[in-house]
Design a protein around this ligand. Structure first.
Ligand SMILES: Cc1cc2nc3c(=O)[nH]c(=O)nc-3n(C[C@H](O)[C@H](O)[C@H](O)COP(=O)(O)OP(=O)(O)OC[C@H]3O[C@@H](n4cnc5c(N)ncnc54)[C@H](O)[C@@H]3O)c2cc1C
Length: 420
């Protein structure tokens, strides 16, 4: 099996196939996780918003996969508290809708949120302020707290590639698929460019796991290919934690917009995001615009007494969600479901979905590829620890503060000044 694309989807696909005993190669044209898989909000979550959209099956599946990732990669996936401040007006939540929103949180808990070991709870004003001391308190009437998880998306992807290699897969970065090899009309491999060399890789089946680039490979296989990907741009900005001291994630409204933003502590910085807009620019060069930065600063400044300006922004992260669907409606309302299909020439494509559901996506696409190969083999990844998971003791590591040091890019944590 040849897997094209070394994002989280391709890497979990390679691991799934290798752990079922197939002979696997994975090629990535740039570096592993260089695409969308290093630009996400880094949440391993059910997605409360998908309940609001009425997509309960996606939430249930995501919460199940969240738990599997927590078990299979405890060293990479940590529990993350989410606070929704309740404001008397103009908040994400106001007192009139709190009861209804709590109903959503109950649904979330019952759909699988409970597996994290804590149910949602109401917070008093002082309890909210302990977690977010600079939140504007004049309209604050309380808060709601629930738990999801987060991960370093690029590290997770690299660990998947390494674990796939551990199971015998050949994984190669700096290797771009430039063409497909056919035998009697069927796709039976690819021409891969490695440096200045061109290598023909023969395979019984080729999997297209190239995210937002999936239509390009699809067109190489099938001249009648109809584009299916609608890229949606998402931007985060990064500010020093000292300018926006919070614990976990705090969700804030963005004035005048339907969207809300999340502010998440990441060691010594806070990541504020995200936008969700249609994108028709170059897929290889996605950058945060000034307007997007101001939109996010505006959201943070309205919620917090922080007076953040462009000078406080130490970085930005911009990426494209590989959504599948037509041009109608806002990308924000489009489904985050994944899609697997085999074209008339046997190229199998997997796209859409989320970082959180990547294990399940790998399972589905390998099942599909096995049909092309005419083989059967049982999926093993549901209970397959990733490299580094064995012997990891979350509580012992927490006590030494080790994860905090890792997240803070080498700088020591500052418990004395932490609001928690
Ligand atoms: C702003 C934002 C926030 C998000 N937040 C979350 C979140 O909090 N939680 C969550 O679960 N999900 C989140 N997502 C979704 C998640 O990040 C994506 O669904 C996931 O990363 C997609 O992974 P992928 O492997 O399909 O694509 P990619 O990571 O883009 O991987 C595709 C790879 O294919 C390679 N490639 C392309 N063409 C070729 C070729 N010809 N030859 C070889 N290689 C090729 C590319 O270089 C790329 O590395 C978010 C997405 C965005 C944009």
């Amino acid at each position: 099996m040849l897997v094209v694309g070394g994002g989280v989807t391709g890497c979990y696909t390679a691991l799934d196939a290798a752990s079922r005993g197939l002979s696997v190669a994975l090629v990535e044209r740039d570096d592993f996780a260089s695409g969308t898989s290093s630009k996400s909000s880094k949440m391993v979550h059910g997605g409360l918003r998908y309940i609001e959209q009425g997509n309960l099956p996606l939430v249930r599946r995501s919460l199940l996969e969240r738990q599997r990732l927590r078990r299979n990669a405890p060293h990479l996936v940590q529990r993350l508290p989410f606070v929704f401040p309740v404001l008397s007006q103009d908040g994400v939540l106001d007192p009139r809708v709190v009861k209804a929103f709590e109903g959503l949180l109950w649904t979330y808990d019952l759909a699988g949120g409970w597996r994290i070991g804590r149910l949602h709870q109401r917070l008093t004003v002082p309890e909210v302020l302990v977690r977010a001391p600079r939140l504007r308190a004049d309209r604050l009437t309380g808060g709601l707290l629930y738990y999801d998880s987060r991960t370093d998306d690029a590290r997770l992807t690299l660990t998947l590639a390494r674990t796939a290699a551990h199971f015998g897969a050949t994984v190669l970065n700096g290797a771009a698929c430039r063409g497909l090899i056919r035998e009697r009309g069927r796709v039976r491999g690819a021409t891969v460019e490695v440096g200045d060399r061109s290598v023909d890789v023969r395979a019984g089946v080729v999997i297209n796991a190239t995210g937002v680039w999936a239509d390009s490979l699809g067109a190489l296989s099938d001249s009648g290919h109809r584009p299916r990907i609608r890229p949606a741009k998402g931007v985060h900005i990064v500010v020093p934690w000292t300018r926006l001291p919070i614990d976990g994630t705090v969700t804030v409204p963005v004035p005048g917009r339907a969207r809300r933003a999340t502010c998440t502590r990441w060691g010594d910085v806070v990541v504020v995001g995200t936008t969700d807009t249609d994108y028709d620019g170059p897929l290889d060069e996605v950058l945060c615009t000034r307007e997007e930065m101001e939109y996010l600063l505006d959201g943070a400044n309205t919620a917090f007494d922080a007076d953040l300006s462009a000078a406080d922004v130490v970085g930005s992260i911009a990426g494209l969600r590989p959504l599948v669907g037509g041009k109608q409606g806002a990308t924000l309302d489009m489904s985050r479901d994944h899609h697997v299909w085999t074209d008339p020439n046997g190229l199998v494509t997997i796209t859409g979905g989320k970082l959180t559901t990547s294990r399940h996506m790998g399972e589905l696409v390998v099942d599909e590829a096995l049909k092309v190969l005419g083989r059967k083999a049982r999926c093993r990844t549901a209970r397959l620890p990733l490299l580094g998971a064995a012997g990891y003791d979350t509580e012992a590591t927490g006590a030494t503060g080790a994860p905090a040091r890792t997240w803070a890019s080498g700088t020591a944590p500052r418990p004395a000044s932490s609001p928690s």
